[in-house]
Design a protein around this ligand. Structure first.
Ligand code: GLA
Length: 378
């Protein structure tokens, strides 16, 4: 046996280690040094992107704790508000690209899957759009809005929520200024224009309650309609604003399978799990009221009791095992926010409550729910 043959296995081992270190993960992300750090993104790197919606504080760097978590735990970002029409296109001739540019740079610098949210939505729309009342002008406006924004970030933004929340609960198309002026085919126009502006970007229809049978059927009709007209649509975004019991795992699974069967990828785009009572179950509840001092509607103003903390952890673990089971159908799971303190669910559907819907607490520390998800892969 010569010296070379003796060292050959060691050499091969070193080459293998080097190869693994340099090789991109399936999600196209970290090398070995980074992938050794336990984090959500590393734990699920062979399953799907793990994303978070981020706000202005994280984008401009003032919320350094959030920024640290984003870099450590997530490999995808979504802008919580800055790309919504009222912010990015507040007047006919004015586009605000300063924050969106910063947002995209942040994602690029950290080698992330970058999401654009959202191009066409009836809500958080600039007021002036409501004055456009002939179809030629509205078609021109939608085309300009989409072409300019998608075109600016061509090759940089990987996935676009092209149309947001266009469906009613019964699966029919919701009334909106776009539907009123352009008719149902505004969806087709939006998707066609986005595809033209960046043929490589993933194009998404995004909505809530997409696990409800009638709305699910509506979403599938919407997908089929686009496909039959030769329009590109790549994925359905199930927002995932859920609670401790609903939707059931069965409802979620049936929906994932149904969208997959319709020929599109599934994304979970806005995941958070409320632990507070739902005001709509209270007859006559006025959702704009302040419930800060109300023990029934705001039961955990100081901290979350262990029993509910455990329930939340279990719910997240169940949901994530289901997602992992369908990793071939799911491209991305994005949380709507980083930590409990900044969640929109403290102020919606009623103001002044203390909610605990995410994986990190008000001090940016991982909660039991975080551990329960991480444990799934041990
Ligand atoms: C919807 C929108 C998001 C966000 C959430 C709540 O789901 O798609 O942009 O506004 O509501 O904050």
């Amino acid at each position: 046996m010569n010296l070379f043959s003796h060292f050959r296995p060691i050499g091969l081992f070193c080459i293998l280690i080097l190869f693994m270190a340099c090789k991109d993960k399936p999600n196209g992300k970290p090398g070995m040094e980074e992938s050794l750090v336990p984090s959500l993104k590393n734990t699920f790197s062979y399953d799907f992107f793990i994303g978070a919606a981020i706000n202005g504080g994280a984008i401009n760097g003032s919320d350094t704790l959030a920024l640290d978590l984003i870099r450590r735990e997530f490999n995808s970002i979504t802008p919580e508000n800055i790309m919504k029409w009222e912010h990015i296109h507040p007047f006919p001739d004015k586009f605000n690209f300063e924050m969106p540019d910063k947002y995209v740079r942040l994602g690029q610098k950290n080698n992330m899957h970058i999401v654009g949210h959202t191009l066409v939505w009836h809500s958080q729309l600039a007021e002036w759009v409501a004055q456009v009342n002939d179809s030629a002008s509205m078609a021109g406006l939608l085309t300009e809005h989409i072409t300019k924004i998608v075109g600016r970030y061509k090759g940089k933004i990987d996935s676009w929520d092209v149309v947001n929340e266009a469906l009613n609960e019964d699966g029919s198309l919701r009334e909106s200024i776009f539907k009123e002026v352009l008719g149902d085919h505004y969806l087709e126009l939006a998707f066609r224009t986005a595809a033209k502006a960046d043929p490589e970007a993933q194009l998404v229809y995004n909505d809530y309650n997409l696990t409800h049978p009638e709305k699910r059927e509506g979403a599938i009709r919407l997908v089929k309609n686009l496909q039959e007209n030769g329009v590109k649509i790549d994925a359905i975004g199930m927002q995932g604003h859920w609670n401790l019991e609903r939707p059931t795992l069965e409802e979620i699974e049936t929906s994932i399978l149904a969208y997959h069967k319709a020929g599109v990828k599934v994304l979970i785009t806005e995941l958070d799990i409320t632990v507070l009572p739902n005001p709509w179950e209270l007859e006559g509840a006025e959702v704009s009221q302040n419930f800060e001092g109300n023990k029934f509607m705001n039961p955990y103003p100081e901290s979350l009791p262990d029993s509910v903390q455990n329930q939340l952890a279990e719910r997240y673990a169940d949901i994530f095992s289901l997602f992992a089971k369908h990793r071939d159908k799911i491209d991305r799971v994005t949380f709507w926010g980083i930590n409990d303190g900044a969640s929109w669910l403290n102020g919606w559907p009623i103001k002044g409550r203390t909610n605990y819907p995410l994986l990190f607490d008000r001090n940016y520390r991982p909660k039991k729910a975080y551990e329960s998800i991480m444990k799934l892969k041990k």
